[in-house]
Ligand binder design. Structure first.
Ligand code: HEC
Ligand code: HEC
Ligand code: HEC
Ligand code: HEC
Length: 441
């Protein structure tokens, strides 16, 4: 038995390298056999959920790796694929996240990783350097980066899965050095070639397209499963309900790796296929994998270094007096309001970050202090200690002028400020009528 597994491991490796043994394995048993297709996509460089709300506390590389280890322990024949859109923003921190995510992806041993338009954010070189990632793109050629056109995996139970990926040209901006061939023609050609050469038992087509357009691939002959991915913003709601049509299945990847898609492909002795679909929420019931915890800690250290590196530039700009007075200035004349505020969670929002070693992460400070990245706003605890937390001036507006010559009517538009921070991904239950009474002053 051991030997058989070794042989298959070797066959799988050559197959993934593009040099494919043509004959079927001999161990096909008479009964039904299964392959578990596990899929992700639309990761948007999300390494770890922020933890702002319980409902949105899903996903992250720490849980994903633990899930994969558990799943591979239970199922021997797993095909792990991703539909693309790994990256988010063209910033230094964004690139740091992207690099960390791809290190995690390599360690998770994906079988095929498709490319979306967001994956070109840092150029072709960034992708080309990451040779451990099994990129696959049927119809894209990017500046001498030529990902595999298709991939094939052979399983120890004798089944073979083929993976093809195509992307819709409409989603791409005009990038230098990018060639996009017709996705539908490319997909048909690759399916035909695969059926003639490797004769896979199941063909999975990864599409990177709008949902309506991707659904059209269900009628492509030879394709068994279409897995679509594409996301514009992190608050996009993805329709995860599977669509069945003519014995085929269409599914979409979740947003930001919050849920793992599981698709059991069952092939009975007559070659009849059936599918079972399942979604697994990566919530707090999934433990953190220790290797990924370390990787995340390394990322966090780099973010901290980046934060201190940018402080000098910010200090130079903040020489003139700030537009913000700080909460203790307001306290002098509005002691009652200040007392209520200081007991509220807004009054402790910076401590929340400090407790979890995040008080240097610009992506968190944005909503947990006063005026981060705005003129005169919070720079660091050392530079601007009076601008920690979600203070009065976040809602009422900069108040230095008001504090020195007070008038009624100041800051009367405060209720409009909530939605700056209480957005869907960080505060899904936000409702002004319910939230205001908790901070009323
Ligand atoms: C867009 C604004 C925004 C950003 C960005 C943001 N937060 Fe929050 N955070 C909030 C809001 C709003 C709440 C309160 C949510 C609620 O209770 O409805 C919150 C709550 C929290 C809490 C929960 C405190 C508790 O005791 O329940 C933690 C922890 C937290 N944030 C950490 C972070 C971290 C870490 C980051 C960066 C990775 C971050 N936040 C980025 C807005 C934000
Ligand atoms: C020197 C005293 C003083 C300071 C300091 C001060 N205020 Fe005021 N504030 C007043 C007075 C006086 C009014 C007008 C009250 C009135 O006429 O009803 C006022 C009005 C307001 C109002 C509007 C209330 C209304 O009914 O019109 C808000 C909001 C407010 N202040 C917020 C702040 C904030 C935030 C700060 C700190 C940045 C601050 N104030 C600092 C004295 C002060
Ligand atoms: C600058 C960003 C920001 C703005 C603007 C903001 N909040 Fe918050 N809010 C937060 C953060 C961050 C937390 C979580 C603080 C913590 O626990 O560390 C929070 C927490 C809360 C909580 C506590 C939630 C709970 O479960 O008890 C309430 C209530 C709340 N906000 C109401 C409001 C209302 C109402 C407004 C508008 C008038 C508003 N917030 C404006 C950032 C903001
Ligand atoms: C999370 C946002 C938020 C924060 C933080 C906040 N306020 Fe307010 N404040 C409001 C809102 C909303 C109102 C009510 C406006 C309304 O009802 O039209 C208000 C009302 C007031 C009023 C007017 C009360 C009245 O009778 O009209 C004063 C004065 C005031 N705030 C001062 C402060 C001071 C001082 C602080 C800081 C210690 C503070 N606020 C912090 C949002 C905030």
């Amino acid at each position: 038995m051991k030997q058989v597994i070794l042989i298959f491991a070797a066959a799988a490796m050559t197959a993934m390298a593009g040099c494919l043994p043509s004959e079927r394995s001999a161990t096909s048993s008479a009964g039904a056999r299964e392959v578990l297709v596990v899929y992700t996509g639309n990761l948007l460089a999300e390494l770890k959920p922020c933890g702002c709300s319980k409902e949105e506390d899903q996903g992250g590389i720490e849980r994903r790796m633990q899930y994969l280890k558990d799943t591979r322990g239970k199922h021997r024949h797993v095909l792990l694929v991703d539909t693309g859109d790994h990256f988010k923003e063209p910033t230094r921190q964004g690139k740091l996240k992207a690099a960390t995510l791809l290190t995690a992806t390599a360690r998770m041993k994906y079988d095929a990783v498709a490319l979306g338009e967001r994956d070109l954010l840092y150029g072709a070189e960034f992708l080309r350097e990451r040779t451990q990632i099994p990129w696959v793109a049927g119809n894209l050629t990017v500046d001498r980066f030529e990902p595999a056109r298709s991939r094939v995996k052979r399983f120890a139970n004798g089944l073979t899965a083929g993976v093809i990926a195509v992307a819709d040209a409409d989603l791409f901006y005009d990038h230098v050095g990018l060639r996009i061939d017709d996705p539908r023609q490319t997909a048909s050609r690759l399916v035909a070639r695969m059926r003639a050469m490797e004769k896979p038992d199941v063909i999975v087509l990864l599409t990177h397209a709008q949902r309506e357009s991707a659904l059209g691939y269900l009628n492509l002959s030879g394709v068994d499963v279409v897995i679509n991915g594409h996301i514009d913003t992190e608050s996009d709601v993805v329709d995860m309900a599977p669509v069945r049509q003519d014995g085929k299945l269409f599914v979409q990847s979740s947003s930001r790796g919050q849920k793992m898609g599981e698709l059991t492909v069952r092939i009975d002795a007559d070659g009849e296929k059936s599918f079972a679909h399942n979604l697994v929420k990566l919530d707090s019931s999934v433990k953190f994998d220790s290797e990924m915890v370390k990787l995340y800690a390394q990322y966090n250290e780099k973010v901290e270094a980046l934060f201190f590196e940018t402080l000098a530039g910010k200090r130079d700009k903040s020489k003139s007096s700030s537009v913000y007075a700080g909460d203790s200035a307001c306290q002098a004349c509005h002691p009652a309001e200040h007392a209520v505020w200081s007991r509220s969670r807004h009054g402790h929002a910076y401590d929340t970050l400090r407790k979890i070693n995040k008080a240097f992460d610009p992506e968190c400070l944005a909503c947990h202090v006063v005026g981060f990245n705005l003129p005169g706003g919070f720079i660091s605890e050392l530079d601007t200690p009076r601008l920690k937390n979600v203070q009065c001036e976040v809602c009422h507006g900069p108040g230095r002028g008001h504090a020195s010559s007070p008038r009624s009517g100041f800051g009367s538009n405060a209720a409009a400020a909530c939605k700056q921070c209480h957005v869907k991904n960080h505060s899904p239950r936000f409702n002004y009528a319910k939230y205001w009474p908790r901070i009323k002053h």
